[in-house]
Design a protein around this ligand. Structure first.
Ligand SMILES: [Ca+2]
Length: 516
């Protein structure tokens, strides 16, 4: 695994909403480059960039029409190359978003695949052999061309599924992953990876990574496929990093991914902590962390430390973390996020508590997700410093409330969320016990109960200073009998806020911070 992952703290950038440098109302790659120093100053040293390739943007770029070209609205391939170089100069790394599961209907592969005459792209997508038969358990496109068949779609109707084969074959038109068509699809995707890795990107976040092989209940076919990708990367780009949108680390890490996300859907109970009716980290104290911990421990053990389990602050697919949590709650939530093992991922704007805007008219297939994708709020200037375009031209309407958080204001304010996140990252980076790899033990996490405690031992022996700081810090910790280096996240159920006795990460480490 690439060494830089050991202390990577990621920042997810939604390029269209980050910084607009040419006043068209849409963020762009020169804007990302301009803000690299800001990201570094916050403490993040790695970036995940959402898709920035040519696309009709029916799903905000997750419907790629050309894998090899940066969408003109974001800039050029030269801009991408410069981004990689500028990031590397600052000791930072950049992951692009790879969307291997489907393309846009406008992709030339699909245009060829739609033709009735057999050609080299006929088997690039999942087609049945009759217009009257739809693929089981999947939506499909039908009657859109002269080809006699229905084509499976993965998500929206404009996203036909690429063909990586079926694990369990039950119909004559279904192919094995070893058949020529599926193998050619995988080779094509390897070429895409080669192209960007050669240009200087450091790896990929892989969209819907667990769903490539169809009728693959236990994931065996998809794991085997990713093992092939890993072998290819080990051979040609051994430093290339892969993180999966899969949510089952025991499977994804087996397939050769270095990291997997805890997802907001499926069995993770991630939202119990941040986004349900009674989030655990809300000061009302009505939450439950036990199911989350149970599932986390299960995943942690099953993954056998082969890689990292990543807990994001949010992403472009869910409501923002500030939706259900307020200012002080957010600091506690970040103390948790930035003290867990695995590489942390901070979604742009979450470091200032940017709000989720419910009820916005959908933009580019965002629907309820649109309110989590609004333009970044930098300062008190026009459009909060995001763009000098007319307000009506902005990619998505901005939070227009007078007290909307901005980077500029929070950087100037000593007790702001930005300052807290900044300190938390610094503490994490300074103490090997809090690094990305290593041991975690949940000391206390009962059903419907507070507090919640965890103990971490990481990097001991590498830097006894860090472990020693933790031990000293544990004077504030609530388990004096516990001799291991550890931290505690603690809060009182009946309490409406933090008291001086409540301990939290920074207080424990004796470096200032939350309510010490
Ligand atoms: Ca722009």
């Amino acid at each position: 695994m690439a060494k830089w992952l050991d202390d990577a703290v990621f920042y997810e950038i939604y390029p269209q909403s980050f910084l607009d440098t040419n006043s068209d109302g849409i963020g762009d790659l020169p804007g990302v480059i301009e803000k690299l120093d800001y990201i570094r100053e916050l403490g993040c040293n790695a970036i995940w960039l959402n898709p920035c390739f040519v696309s009709p943007f029916g799903d905000a770029g997750y419907d790629v029409a050309d894998y090899y070209t940066i969408a003109p609205r974001y800039g050029t391939n030269e801009d991408a190359k410069r981004l990689f170089q500028e990031a590397h100069q600052r000791g930072m790394h950049v992951l692009l978003d790879l969307v291997p599961g489907h393309t846009s209907v406008e992709h030339p592969w699909f245009r060829e695949s739609m033709k009735a005459e057999k050609n080299i792209y006929s088997d690039r997508y999942v087609w049945t052999d009759s217009i009257w038969e739809a693929p089981e358990d999947m939506a499909s496109l039908r009657g859109i061309s002269d080809r006699d068949g229905s084509c499976a779609v993965n998500f929206f109707s404009s996203q036909p599924a690429l063909n990586y084969g079926y694990y369990k074959i039950t119909r004559p038109w279904q192919m094995s992953p070893e058949d020529e068509g599926p193998r050619a699809t995988l080779e094509a995707m390897k070429d895409v990876m080669r192209f960007w890795l050669r240009m200087g990107c450091d790896g990929f976040r892989v969209d819907m990574a667990g769903s490539l092989v169809k009728q693959d209940e236990d994931g065996k076919g998809t794991i085997a496929l990713w093992k092939k990708v890993r072998a290819f990367l080990d051979e040609e780009f051994p430093e290339a990093v892969l993180v999966s949108e899969w949510g089952e680390p025991d499977k994804s890490l087996q397939g050769g991914f270095h990291m997997d996300f805890l997802l907001h859907f499926g069995p993770s109970h991630y939202n119990d902590l941040f986004r349900c009716e009674h989030p655990y980290f809300s000061k009302e104290g009505k939450g439950d962390i036990s199911q989350f911990v149970k599932k986390y421990v299960e995943n942690y053990e099953k993954s056998e430390k082969k890689g990292l389990i990543c807990i994001p602050s949010g992403n472009h697919d869910m409501e923002r973390i500030a939706w259900r949590l307020d200012g002080e709650d957010l600091k506690v939530a970040f103390a948790f996020l930035l003290s867990m093992p695995g590489a942390p991922f901070i979604y742009y704007g979450d470091e200032i508590g940017m709000r989720y805007l419910p009820g916005l008219t959908s933009v580019e297939g965002g629907f309820n997700r649109t309110g989590a994708r609004t333009p970044m709020q930098w300062d008190d200037g026009v459009n909060a410093g995001f763009s000098s375009a007319a307000k009506e031209k902005l990619y998505i309407r901005q939070d227009e409330s007078a007290d909307r958080p901005t980077v500029q204001r929070q950087q100037a304010q000593e007790d702001s969320l930005w300052q807290e996140v900044n300190k938390l990252i610094a503490v994490r980076q300074a103490h090997p016990a809090l690094s990305n790899r290593g041991e975690i033990e949940f000391v206390y996490a009962q059903e419907n109960a507070y507090p919640f405690r965890l103990s971490e031992e990481r990097g001991r022996g590498e830097d006894s200073g860090g472990a020693e700081s933790l031990r000293q810090g544990r004077k504030l910790c609530l388990q004096p009998e516990d001799r291991r280096g550890g931290i505690s996240l603690w809060r009182r159920a009946e309490n409406s806020g933090w008291s001086d006795d409540d301990s939290c990460l920074l207080g424990l480490l004796g470096e200032g911070g939350i309510r010490r």
